[in-house]
Design a protein around this ligand. Sequence first.
Ligand SMILES: Cc1cc2nc3c(=O)[nH]c(=O)nc-3n(C[C@H](O)[C@H](O)[C@H](O)COP(=O)(O)OP(=O)(O)OC[C@H]3O[C@@H](n4cnc5c(N)ncnc54)[C@H](O)[C@@H]3O)c2cc1C
Length: 241
Amino acid sequence: MSSAEAKSVGRIETTLMRWFLRHSRISAVESVAGSFRLITLTSDSLKGFSFKPGLRIQISVGGIHAMRTYTPVMWDVEGGTVSILVYLHGIGPGANWAGHAEPGDEVWLFGPRQSLDISQAVDPFVFGDETSFGLALAIQASSIEQTGRRVFEVSDAVAARDAVQHFGIRDVTLFTRLPDDGHLPSVVEAMQALCLDDRQAFLTGRAAAVQHLYKAIRQSETTPPMLRAKAYWASGKVGLE
Ligand SMILES: Cc1cc2nc3c(=O)[nH]c(=O)nc-3n(C[C@H](O)[C@H](O)[C@H](O)COP(=O)(O)OP(=O)(O)OC[C@H]3O[C@@H](n4cnc5c(N)ncnc54)[C@H](O)[C@@H]3O)c2cc1C
């Protein structure tokens, strides 16, 4: 592509972003435990929504064709401020963006849109992983009744425990991922003990784990009255919505 063609593509992309995305700027970044970053965005364009846990936003991490999905932890709808907790899993445009994000950076985003409707849930059980910490915090900060039932599979238990303590995520059980998903039978056992038949259950995080647990709960004797699943990422796939 010639430089004139590249400029023209750049101009079209900027126009599309202006049409379809909200403009904001990073107002704060907090790094925690080496692999988590709490990123706060501020803009007038973020004012006036009604916030509930389980929403998602998509952030442009490299033009309009590279959008990555994150869960608002909190949304100050009067001040126009939203925070997301990003897990730096390794290599990917989203992890790279979050790893280098700094106050003052310009951010284009799409949403908010519904991901999981948790707002009506009573004492929900949540399964997930590092990418679900933001959801747990959003639920915790809400008025949803909860006695604390969160089970997370994690790659690095020390970093995850540090993050859990730092953010004050309550009543969490962490399972370290084992090769060939050798930890999942213990996760199923823990869920069956916690996820009694009057509980609503929400499964999030890694697609293969979500699938495994969904099947296990459906086959168990104590199936919760509401069971919702939403994969946040899948091995080898990019940018799930
Ligand atoms: C509704 C929804 C809400 C989400 N909320 C959050 C959130 O609040 N915080 C958050 O951190 N993430 C969240 N995610 C997950 C996040 O969007 C994905 O992890 C995304 O793939 C990251 O983009 P990337 O550019 O870093 O990697 P991609 O380019 O998408 O993927 C590159 C490679 O990395 C792998 N990969 C992606 N994510 C992970 C991971 N977590 N661990 C190990 N390998 C991975 C992929 O399989 C692929 O092989 C959410 C996703 C959805 C659908």
